[in-house]
Design a protein around this ligand. Structure first.
Ligand SMILES: C[S@@+](CC[C@H](N)C(=O)[O-])C[C@H]1O[C@@H](n2cnc3c(N)ncnc32)[C@H](O)[C@@H]1O
Length: 331
């Protein structure tokens, strides 16, 4: 290996133009002198120039989501056990595990509509998780989506699920930090981030990065969990075991953060009441039909039941809100 170890990240240097590219493997940090020096098995983890992979909070977030490991095998076995033919899988079949946000696929369909992309568009999903929103977007519009996510395990699963659903040619997933993707300026036609900023304390950096990589005139959709007026969140929740990795903005703060990054906010939709209904409908369906073959419990583990129950209380007591902002980068 021709890399140089630096700390917590694997860095790759390109000589001309001088850039720094990051890939992450087992928490190691290596600087490469040239891209050709990157071992082939690492290449799909390369994110781009200038990516930072810097602090302990990020490692804690990634560890939280990683679960017990071997997630591709676990999902594959669960689908086989349920008699689902992987060759005939559609993105909607995977929604109970890969649409990892409140209101699941219904919210993704709203995002698809709000982004208004065409088959020629290249879209960036910041914090792409297991890839549900990216696949919904690629399937329904024919566009190409690049997902960047902090959790290597999730990027592996996202890549496998895209293969199973025949969407590998239009979705790609890289390990990286949404606040510093390393993508070139104005590289994408549209961008989204879905239930990710709750884990990111440096929100100005997140929205500045979205603005930087988006072409003028492009749309940016943010669908996130926000702090409500009802008081502190009950933990654990599906994004954090405790407040040390949970950083919720309020709606009022979002109204300042997005314009401060340069965005024009086109619409703001609070879906908290629908979110509460959604949890109740999911629970009723499980009581009626039993659980789907594979759920978020595959990686969130035994705490998932408590997390879901806390989400219902948090919504009912207005401790959290779900809000979607559709923005554009002015010309
Ligand atoms: C609740 S999941 C949502 C995943 C996906 N957006 C979805 O809606 O299905 C939160 C995701 O944010 C990712 N994440 C958290 N902090 C991040 C960061 N700084 N950069 C990139 N991804 C991040 C986590 O790894 C996780 O996959």
């Amino acid at each position: 290996m021709h890399g140089r170890r630096v700390g917590g990240t694997r860095l790759i240097l390109r000589p001309s133009p001088p850039t720094t590219v990051v890939t992450v493997t087992s928490g190691a940090v290596v600087v490469y002198d040239a891209e050709k020096d990157i071992p082939p098995e690492e290449r799909n983890r390369v994110v781009g120039a200038g990516t930072r992979w810097h602090d302990g909070a990020m490692n804690k977030v990634s560890t939280f989501y990683s679960g017990p490991g071997k997630l591709v095998e676990a999902i594959s076995s669960a689908l086989d056990a349920a008699g689902l033919d992987r060759a005939a899988l559609r993105p909607a079949d995977l929604a109970p595990v890969d649409e990892f946000h409140i209101r699941g696929r219904a919210a993704s369909l709203e995002i698809v509509e709000a982004l208004g992309v065409t088959p020629d568009s290249h879209v960036l999903d910041l914090g792409s998780g297991l890839g549900g929103p990216a696949r919904s977007l690629a399937e329904l519009t024919g566009c190409t989506v690049t997902g960047v996510d902090l959790t290597p395990e999730f990027c592996e699963v996202a890549t496998a699920l895209s293969e199973w659903t025949g969407l590998s040619d239009r979705t790609r997933f890289h390990v990286g930090d949404a606040t510093a993707t390393g993508l070139p300026d104005e590289a994408v036609d549209a961008a989204l981030t879905v239930h990710v900023a709750m884990n990111i304390s440096d929100k100005p950096a997140l929205y500045a990065e979205a603005f930087r990589v988006l072409r003028p005139g492009g749309r940016f959709v943010v669908y996130d969990v926000l702090q409500g007026e009802g008081g502190d969140v009950h933990y654990p929740v599906p994004w954090a075991n405790d407040p040390s990795t949970s950083f919720l903005a309020t709606t009022e703060e979002m109204r300042e953060l997005l314009p401060a990054a340069g965005f024009e906010v086109i619409s703001e939709v609070d879906s908290s009441d629908q979110s509460l209904d959604w949890f109740r409908q999911v629970r009723a369906r499980i009581e009626r039909e039993g659980p789907p073959p594979v759920t978020f419990a595959a990686f969130l583990g035994a705490s998932f039941g408590q997390m879901a129950a806390n989400q219902v209380t948090n919504l009912a007591e207005r401790r959290i809100r779900t809000v979607m902002f559709t923005c554009s980068r002015p010309f």
